[in-house]
Structure formats: C-alpha cells, structure tokens
Design a protein around this ligand. Structure first.
Ligand code: GLU
Length: 493
C-alpha cells in the first residue's frame, strides 16, 4: 500500500475515551505500516463546547498509548495550522467559491422563521429540514443583501433530485435520495465554518488520503461526499468504524454508565486506565481487537505486531461490546511479558502513591513473586505493600490457626520465633526445610503453622509464597513481626 496521510481529529469538548483512542490507534497503525503520516488535528471551532484541559488530555492519552503523531499543533508540519480555530478565516473563501459554482447559497432566514418552519413540519409529522426559501434568491440580489450587512448564513445546495452514492470501505456503497439531504449550513452567521465544510476543506488541504472516523458521521457522510465533489476534489477513502456498546451488549455507552464503571475499577476514559493500573500495551491490544481481527484465534499483539498485521480489510463494521474481563486478561498477559526491570519501574509509582516507600532492591525481589497473579499494576499495593512497612497491621483474630485457640497459636509462634532466632540461614530454601521439620515434629499440620506465619509476617491471609516472602522481609523484621503477633495473641487470652 502507498504511504497514507491520515488524521485523528478530536474535538476538545470532553475527555478522550476508548472510541477516540481506537480511532487514533487505527489511523496510527495505517500510517506506521505504510510509512505514511499520522496527523493530529484539534477541531476546536465550537467554542461553546470547549473544555479547558481537554486538549492536554488528548496529548497525554495518545502519548501514553504510544501513538506519537508526525504533524500536529505542538509539532507543526508542512500543512498547518493543526488547530482548526487558527485557520477559520480560510473557510469563508471556500464557501464563497461554492456559491459561485452554484453549490451553495446565501440564506437570510431569521431564527424565528426557521423555528416556525420547524414547528409546522413537526406538526405535519414531516422530517425537520430547511424548506429552501432562500434557494431562489438571484445571485446579484443575494450579494447586494450580503454587502448591505444583512444577517445571513451560507448553505449547501443539495441536489434537487436523483440519488447520491458514497462508498465506505467497510460497508460498500451507501445510496440516498437527494431530497433527503438537507441544505446544511456551511458558514454560520458569525462567519465561522461548521464541521461539514471545515473538515472537507482541511482534509483536502492536508492531502488526507484515508478518513477513518466514528460511525456517528455516517448520517452526514453523503453530504461530505457531495462537498468534495462540488469542489471537484478527489475524495479520500472513507472508513467509518464500528460503534461501541455497553458491556451488556445493549445500547451505546452513556456518561452515566461511565460513572458506574469507575466504581468497579473500570472506565471508558483513556487517562483513567493509566491510574487504574492498566498497561498501555494491554489497552492498545484490547481496543485494536474491538472492531478488527487478524485471524480467528490470535489475541495477543504488541504494538509492533499490530503495525505489521493491521489491515483495513479486516475491520469489522458490526457494533462491538466493551468487554472488561478481556482487558483484565490482556493486562495480566502483558504484565507477565514485561522485562523484570520494566515491571519494577512501573509498579514503583503505584506503591508510592499508596503511601509506601519502595526501594528498588526489594522491589526487584518482590516483582517475580507477584507478577503471576497480578491483573493490574495497582494490585501490587495489596499484594506487596507489607514488604515496605516496618510493622504490619493485624486483625488479631486472623492470626489464630485453623482449629486452634489463641494460646495454642501463641505457643506455635513463640516456638517458631525461637527457631528462627537461632538460624543463620534465612534463605527461602533454608527456611522451608527448617519450618517443615518443625511441623513434622509438632502436633500441627502445614496448613495451620504456615497459615499463622503468613498472617504474622504479611498481615494478610493471601500473600506471595511464604518462604520467599520471609527471605525478602529478612530475619530482623520477621522476628519483630512474630513478637508483635505473640503480644496480640496474648492479649486475646
Ligand atoms: N471532530 C470530529 C469528532 O471529534 C472529527 C470527525 C472526523 O474525524 O472527521 O468527531
């Protein structure tokens, strides 16, 4: 495939979500695969919906995912500016050109008139659209009114009759009756362009070859095709991606659903996945497969694999349900694929955020013990926080061994304490041998003794393997923790 020029064109009107991330990813992959350019264009013309900080979140989220752009507002490039608000002056010229070509016209209807037309259409159960009143004003007349300062907009003159066929790469030809295409506004009365015109013009000027975008643009897709054709421009290849559905598979995800999700440690906003302890590798793998597949069984893809294997042909236009269990699975797999030092450096910040002060040497020993069971990086806090505490906080009743009482348990801990005090070998193997011998010679079983020790040493019932854990905790700390456990048990009596 020839090198493509593709763009991701988010509006900074809210937080960047999974759908946006996936659109960006597919664009990025196509550019990377073909040696083309991936362009970031910020579509910030709707000042009323502009959200402070949203643009920065777009940059941060894309970079976190590893989707670096070749041209963009912060980078420049040959086809700038890359922020729509900085190029708004040019659109009026293009709209006037369409007026000259007969594909657009000035409309002087007042908001009140438009409102009453709309009401009448609603009352008659007709679809609401512009009734074309200003279509018939002669060009000189119209120009005179414009020059005299009369308030106006510029509308597209959609063809009066016939049909329009546009082609989506995934869906094939889409044909609509032209009478169903409204005379959309291209330029508002304040002189600023609306999306339909602005996107067509800027895609043309930026030499965009493929438009990969959300399916919400399908309804106005014929209009976009018509605008390109009215200028006599070659259309880009159009690809409308599949819609995301709620995890249940029914309906589109709403803002309310998003708020509920975060309670379960999930989100639809890319930046949250970082905080929740997901790896960008897992998130890209996951969203890549929401609408694309390589074959019917391969599931784990690195970014390099995706760049190699991605293809437009294998995109699937059917709606995709968001499946968080799959993400958890991918995250675990990608965590286990990380080189050890990489994993260590990613876990560290989560422990620090939870209030621990993890040192690298200990963390390097701890990481191999927990990586098999980790689903998110955040799990490291529950699984390994106790390694970085001086003392563990305990629920005294948790200490008591199965079928034992507090005083029996205390005796066991005292005996083990004595034994450990005397040993110089605090290696996992040495400890295992010593403690297994102890159990063999006692009246208790492994489950009882090791269960008590686990709680005494780690403060929790579930922990990484006991002997390895004790080795890392070290003799001094382990003995202190046992003494603390004895004191607690004695208090119960
Ligand atoms: N700004 C539009 C959006 O956020 C871009 C659509 C497009 O890619 O053309 O949906």
């Amino acid at each position: 495939m020839d090198p493509v020029r593709v763009r991701f064109a988010p509006s900074p009107t809210g937080r960047l979500h999974l759908g946006g991330g996936r659109t960006a990813l597919y664009n990025y992959l196509l550019a990377a695969q073909t040696g083309g350019q991936f362009i970031l264009r910020i579509e910030d013309t709707d000042r009323k919906r502009y959200v402070e900080g949203a643009e920065q979140e777009i940059y941060d989220s894309l970079r976190w995912l590893g989707l670096e752009w070749d041209e963009g507002p912060d980078k420049g490039g040959l086809y700038g500016p890359y922020r729509q608000s900085e190029r708004k002056a040019i659109y009026l010229d293009y709209a006037r050109k369409l007026v000259d070509l007969g594909h657009a016209y000035y409309c002087f209807c007042t908001p009140e008139r438009l409102e009453s037309v709309r009401r009448e259409q609603q009352a008659n159960k007709q679809s609401t659209r512009y009734d074309g009143a200003c279509r018939h004003i002669g060009p000189e007349d119209a120009l005179r009114r414009v020059e005299s300062g009369e308030r106006h907009v510029i509308r597209f003159r959609s063809p009066d009759e016939g049909q329009t066929t546009v082609t989506d790469l995934l869906r094939g030809n889409i044909t609509v009756e032209n009478e169903t295409i409204d005379d959309f506004i291209l330029i508002k009365s304040d002189g600023f362009a609306l999306y339909h015109l602005a996107a067509a013009v800027v895609d043309h000027l930026m030499k965009i070859t493929h438009v990969l975008r959300g399916a919400e643009w399908l309804p106005t897709f014929p209009l976009h095709g018509l605008i390109h054709r009215a200028f006599g421009w070659q259309e880009p290849v159009w690809v409308h991606l599949s819609v995301f559905l709620k995890p249940s598979g029914s309906g589109k995800l709403s803002k309310r659903d998003a708020a509920e999700l975060i309670k379960d440690g999930h989100s639809i906003f890319l930046k949250d996945f970082h905080t929740l302890g997901y790896l960008p590798e897992a998130v890209t793998n996951w969203i890549a497969l929401m609408g694309w597949s390589y074959d019917d069984h391969t599931e784990i893809f690195s970014m390099k694999d995706l760049v190699e294997k991605f293809s437009l042909i294998k995109l699937n236009p059917s709606p995709a349900a968001i499946n968080f269990s799959k993400l958890d699975h991918f995250n675990g797999v990608h965590i286990r694929q990380l080189p050890q030092d990489d994993l260590v450096s990613r876990i560290g910040p989560f422990l620090t955020r939870a209030g621990y002060n993890p040192d690298i040497q200990t963390l390097e020993k701890v990481a191999p013990l927990i990586r098999e069971r980790m689903v998110t990086l955040d799990d490291s806090v529950d699984m390994a926080g106790f390694f970085f505490q001086d003392a563990v906080t305990l629920e005294p009743s948790d200490l008591i061994g199965k079928d034992l009482d507090a005083s029996q348990t205390a005796v066991i801990v005292k005996q083990v304490h004595e034994l450990l005090q005397q040993t110089d070998d605090f290696s996992a193997d040495g400890l295992e041998q010593l403690l297994r011998e102890f159990v063999d010679q006692s009246a208790y079983n492994n489950k009882q003794v090791f269960g008590i020790l686990r709680v005494a040493i780690t403060g929790q019932r579930v922990s990484p393997p006991l002997f390895e854990t004790m080795e890392i905790v070290g003799k001094d700390k382990a003995l202190v923790r046992l003494l603390h456990a004895i004191a607690l048990l004695e208090k119960i009596n």
